[in-house]
Design a protein around this ligand. Structure first.
Ligand SMILES: C[S@@+](CC[C@H](N)C(=O)[O-])C[C@H]1O[C@@H](n2cnc3c(N)ncnc32)[C@H](O)[C@@H]1O
Length: 409
């Protein structure tokens, strides 16, 4: 038995560990008179108090700086909980049924029915009844997490089964059940959603965020509505602010989202990845790859000042890097590829670079255009001075993005 002198201030008191919360003040006062005669308290290897709260309090009141403690090695949280309960039940008055029930409900996440029944000496059937509602809530919460993990397309069902200690069949049943749940119809559309009926996607009001170049949510909803199905896998290697993540979650699409720079708070849903390194190894076959790259120099230094940022490259490097990546996606046989980009009008609007035609050339051998949509900007993006200048030079100002969706043939 390892008994040591431990500093009072180092003892860790965990309120949740003990079956009974009330403190017996008279007992502490009695103990306080003769702390040196008290048997050692029991703590574990990281100083968590397992048994001896009154003795510890008595030492504190007596102004002692250390206390004798027996150190018990606990192997797990469950082991610690069981010991704390058993040792505390050995002395003092019997626990009431209400106290036992409270303990059972509190501990049923961590301990099995069998373990609880053995510790509190109550039949398993009673423990099962007492904990029914709580166990249902816990199961619901676990199932939601299983479903959320499955939407992150880098997780396989086998990974998830292992993580939650359930069978693959259970994982597959939960996914099936949850896919068709909630505020969406069976096909995965948001119930109050109204798709754009025509190929010009006019926004009634902009839902732009503070993230430069974020793709409006409504556009993403339409893209997924028209070109994917419930539980399709969507790959977005330029996730930025994470519009795809949010809309995929709402419409029950699996998503593989990444970006060169992951904005803080999005680490669970967006992976850090530079497209110059090709396709990530754990990417499953995408039903739809959605590519929303920086619109070249229009976004210069907006996302970062790094030379690896597509917005900061020369035009040749921009095409070489992006098209190299596109070829890998083609090689991987992504079922659909959607690209959104605005033509660049630069050098005082005199030079016009229509990017989408470059990309179309790379895709044309293996892919067929399924649809081309025009995504207009508001004319407010040009001020009166710019418009005057353009008029003088007989220049027509560009005011739209192209969104083209290709299908593997
Ligand atoms: C137009 S924004 C994407 C916006 C996103 N769709 C959204 O809704 O928030 C372009 C993104 O490309 C990323 N990017 C730039 N160069 C990259 C590269 N080489 N590899 C991966 N991502 C890159 C930027 O960090 C930026 O977030």
């Amino acid at each position: 038995m390892a008994i040591q002198e431990i500093a009072i201030k180092d003892i860790v008191y965990r309120e949740d560990l003990y079956p009974r919360q009330e403190v017996d003040n008279n007992l502490i006062e009695k103990y306080q008179q003769s702390v040196e005669l008290l048997p050692p308290i029991k703590i574990n290897q990281v100083n968590i108090l397992i048994d001896g709260r009154h003795r510890w309090n008595a030492h504190q009141r007596a102004g002692a700086t250390s206390i004798k403690a027996e150190i018990i090695q606990t192997e797990s949280e469950a082991h610690l909980e069981i010991l704390a309960y058993e040792l505390n039940s050995l002395h003092g008055k019997q626990l009431t049924n209400a106290e036992k029930k409270k303990f059972a409900v509190k501990k049923c996440e961590l301990l099995t029915i069998k373990e609880i029944s053995r510790i509190i000496l109550v039949q398993e059937r009673t423990v099962r009844d007492w904990t029914h509602t709580k166990r249902k809530e816990l199961e619901e919460y676990r199932n939601e997490r299983i479903f959320a993990d499955n939407l992150r397309a880098w997780n396989t069902q086998a990974d998830i089964a292992e993580k939650y200690g359930v069978s693959r069949q259970t994982v597959s049943d939960i996914i099936k059940k949850y896919a068709e749940n909630g505020k969406i119809a069976k096909s995965g559309e948001i119930l109050d959603f109204k798709p754009f009926p025509y190929s010009i996607w006019n926004l009634a009001k902009s839902d732009e965020t503070s993230y430069f170049g974020a793709f409006p949510k409504v556009y993403m909803e339409n893209l997924l509505y028209y070109f994917t199905e419930l539980m399709s896998t969507v790959y977005d290697p330029f996730s930025g602010n994470g519009t795809s993540v949010d809309v995929c979650k709402a419409m029950r699409r699996r998503y593989y989202c990444s970006d060169r720079i992951v904005i803080p708070g999005r680490e669970d849903d967006i992976k850090q990845w530079d497209i110059a390194d090709g396709l990530p190894e754990d990417l499953p076959l995408p039903d739809l790859a959605f590519l929303d790259p920086p619109y070249w120099v229009q976004a210069e230094n907006k996302y970062s000042k790094d030379s690896q940022d597509l917005a900061n490259m020369s035009l040749d490097n921009f095409y070489a890097t992006f098209e190299g990546f596109l070829k890998e996606l083609i090689g991987r046989k992504a079922k659909k590829i959607a690209i959104v980009i605005q033509p660049t009008q630069y050098k005082n609007y005199l030079t016009y670079e229509d990017h989408i035609f470059h990309f179309a050339k790379v895709l044309e051998a293996k892919y067929k255009i399924e649809m081309r949509c025009i995504l207009p900007y508001s004319s407010q993006q040009y001020n009166a001075q710019m418009v005057e200048k353009a008029k003088e030079k007989k220049i027509c100002l560009g005011l739209h993005r192209d969104l083209v969706i290709w299908r593997l043939v």
